[in-house]
Design a protein around this ligand. Structure first.
Ligand SMILES: Cc1ncc(C[n+]2csc(CCOP(=O)(O)OP(=O)(O)O)c2C)c(N)n1
Length: 275
């Protein structure tokens, strides 16, 4: 088990992985005409960095936890878990199909899934409890939490954040996927007081940093360069639907599945992507 994290992160390899993940997400969603492609494309680089740059692995085991509080973005988790051999190809073939074990939201009990999520606003409390549990048991598990900006409308997110700040849980690292959409509404229009969100975390005793959420090395560096001693929030500015021109910033792609023509166009576009 490697107990120390490396400062070296290969940005080119991350870009290639993220293209492959997006293509695989398109494919599994196409099997069933599934929704939630754009939410997964929004946090692809964040989740890639957690799995491939931060979590410590010993084969299929890790002392660390990733918790997808924005459970509807879980396709990115499924495709990475498949790549790591924790989920099987047959699992992904049955995504959202009868008899399969992978639904549109992650379920506790599926290999690699640490909590059932999808009811937004619960992740911060869960992650805070897990991080505190690690401390109480004298263990050093790191808890990585992926939050959407929309679920920061939930009071429970802030109750958990305040508790994590009170307890100075430095083993809790939260990523806010700041794509400015919550369903069909823009957060900046519907909830202007939400901004700047980093200030709210800082006032609750967190350390915070803002990054480009599609630059994997920027995300990685932000975590490596933290001061420590407090929970860390990485406010990650993202584009919902990142990588497919007709999905980017277009809220209906939270819900829609591509037609065969749209699918082909998306595949054609997913050969190169800029941060
Ligand atoms: C408590 C709760 N209320 C409503 C929903 C329905 N819902 C699913 S996704 C979503 C909003 C999506 O926006 P956001 O949470 O910001 O996620 P992202 O933009 O990253 O997809 C809503 C309201 C839910 N899952 N949970």
């Amino acid at each position: 088990m490697s107990e120390t994290l490396s400062n070296v992160f290969d940005a080119g390899a991350a870009r290639r992985r993220c293209l492959t993940y997006r293509r695989r997400i398109l494919d599994i969603s196409q099997q069933v005409g599934a929704l939630h492609i754009a939410p997964a494309f929004s946090c692809t680089e964040i989740v890639d960095v957690v799995y491939n740059g931060l979590m410590r692995w010993d084969g299929e085991d890790t002392p660390d936890v990733i918790l997808m509080s924005k459970g509807h973005g879980c396709m990115i988790q499924y495709v990475i878990l498949e790549e790591k051999g924790i989920l099987l190809r047959e699992d992904l073939d049955l995504y959202c199909k009868p008899g399969g074990r992978l639904g549109a939201h992650p379920d506790y009990g599926v290999p690699g899934i640490s909590a059932s999520t999808g009811s937004l606003g619960h992740g911060m409390g869960l992650a805070t409890g897990m991080a505190y549990g690690e401390r109480l048991q004298d263990r050093d598990g790191q808890i990585y939490l992926v939050l959407s900006d929309g679920e920061c409308q939930e009071g429970s997110t802030w109750e958990g954040a305040m508790m994590a700040g009170n307890l100075a849980l430095e083993n809790l690292i939260a990523f806010v996927d700041l794509n400015d959409f919550s369903g069909l509404e823009r957060m900046s229009e519907g909830h202007p007081a939400f901004h700047p969100v980093i200030d709210k975390f800082l006032s609750f005793g967190w350390e915070g940093v803002e990054v480009n959420g599609h630059s994997a090395d920027e995300i990685h560096e932000a975590v490596m360069n933290r001061e420590g001693g407090k929970p860390l929030v990485v406010v990650s500015k993202t584009v919902k639907g990142k990588g497919v021109s007709y999905m980017e910033h277009v809220p209906i792609w939270h819900y829609r599945a591509p037609s065969p023509e749209e699918y082909k166009q998306a595949c054609d576009e997913l050969v190169e992507i800029s941060a």
